[in-house]
Design a protein around this ligand. Sequence first.
Ligand SMILES: Cc1cc2nc3c(=O)[nH]c(=O)nc-3n(C[C@H](O)[C@H](O)[C@H](O)COP(=O)(O)OP(=O)(O)OC[C@H]3O[C@@H](n4cnc5c(N)ncnc54)[C@H](O)[C@@H]3O)c2cc1C
Ligand code: SF4
Length: 514
Amino acid sequence: MARPAHFLGPWDLDPRLASVPEPGEGTVVLVESRAKGLALPWHRKKLVLVLAAQRHFAEELRGLGHEVELVRAGSYAEGIAEHVRRHGSTEVRALRPRDRGMEEALLRADLGAPLNLLDDGGPGGHFLLTRQEFADWARGRKQLRMDQFYAWMRKRTGLLMDAEGRPEGGKFSFDADNRKHAKGIAPPARPGTPPDALTQEVIEEVEAAGFGYGSARGFAWPVTRAQALAARDRFVAERLAGFGDYQDALVEGEPFLWHACVSAALNLSLLSPQDLLDPMLEAWRAGRAPLNAVEGFVRQVLGWREFMRGVYHLRMPELRDANRFGAEGSLPGFFWDPEATEMACVRDAVRQVHDHGYAHHIQRLMVLGNYALLAGTAPLEVSHWFWAAFVDAAEWVELPNVHGMALAADTTFTTKPYAASGAYLNRMGDHCKGCRYKVKERHGDDACPFNPLYWDFLARHRDDLASNPRMRMIMGHLDRFDPEELRAVRATADRIRAAHPPAPETYAFHDDQG
Ligand SMILES: Cc1cc2nc3c(=O)[nH]c(=O)nc-3n(C[C@H](O)[C@H](O)[C@H](O)COP(=O)(O)OP(=O)(O)OC[C@H]3O[C@@H](n4cnc5c(N)ncnc54)[C@H](O)[C@@H]3O)c2cc1C
Ligand code: SF4
């Protein structure tokens, strides 16, 4: 008897999703897409992550009694069409793909059966909100403010709200208590998840294919729900209590600090947002983690993650081409090669990305994103790099983070760019003391490159930035520069930009839709 086919993208690996049928009521099709695999110079650990997670999930569903086909095909659409042909499927059901290009590709394709797309949020979806619910919240607002969205989400869900409907601790956000540096403090170990036999096979396969960035060896990310739950539990037991205090800290040679390291599992749906929120609240109620840690974490998952996903769908396709500062520079080659820069903070962050496909939020925002912003790098070059090189990246989340947050290329929610000089990095981290550059110098060959690039950025965009009341103080500072000194600062910035090594040809981008 012909039945519907249920397509699960590699980001839909949760048996609780509405696109998973009851056993016997439809077939499940998963696809390994060649086009997607070759679309960007993906980190090899990301290729392992996606392939291993999908193959494990197919086994898990079979164990639950589902009829599952894992198809290798030229593209997702071709794989689905092949499955439909073989099974004579009456219909294709799927959650709406999270990335716009993927959704358009499926809508354009002839799958051989009608396509029925369900919302990827709300009941049966992965996200807490439906796309419509976010659009309704955003309607009529001139500027979208994450703090307002987050307060709305807290009230709506009742999370961390007291019996009178007030936020626990008297305020919605303890952001001001999340800014301690961690100099001299040893962070807890985060051992990672050792690969099992199936994952090891995938590691060998990816290494043998010889495509992509970094190495598949040393892979230690969770690829099943059970592994992801175990990693989450270790975070709650060992790192959550310090998450709040040290959320913004930078420590040389310490990639994970007190971070949860759950984004890759979450973005593949091995975990749902609720799987993360529940044990955090439980830890707080039991007195095992302070409010500033638990609220800080809830803010990321209930606030930032849902907000970014909402902004992405609201602002596409314009978000992709956003370029408020008209930045046209090429991505410096040291984004791919940590040994190609002497900036200790940048080298450390790029080394972590190279080794793990991961850097924590402050490295992404205030080291890598900040450098790209100050240097005037073209937004799409930056976002392609983030998309390819990070294990947790997908367009729906990297694009609003890169174009919206780090580069302020789009002004939907960021008016004041997260631009910072070396002084910020010196305050929050411990890299400067061993760096070849001098963090207090503003110009000359020994000056910390963040300094001349920072003042040059402000000078280049003076007209735009001066109208922002939150920039008034710093623009006043720029106006008081001695003209001679400003000339020297800007000449140093020009020299730094001109000396950027080019990105290696191997990592050129061809197509990013797949
Ligand atoms: C330039 C830039 C690029 C980024 N690209 C990605 C990306 O491709 N994929 C991705 O998942 N996150 C991205 N982020 C957001 C954030 O940095 C990562 O989610 C986080 O570092 C993942 O590590 P973690 O799980 O240890 O997070 P933690 O610091 O422990 O935070 C917990 C969780 O909160 C969520 N979260 C926190 N901040 C954000 C945010 N700004 N947007 C969305 N979710 C958030 C994540 O799911 C994360 O797992 C980016 C941020 C910046 C500034
Ligand atoms: S001196 Fe500048 S480049 Fe060197 S580590 Fe400090 S902030 Fe980074």
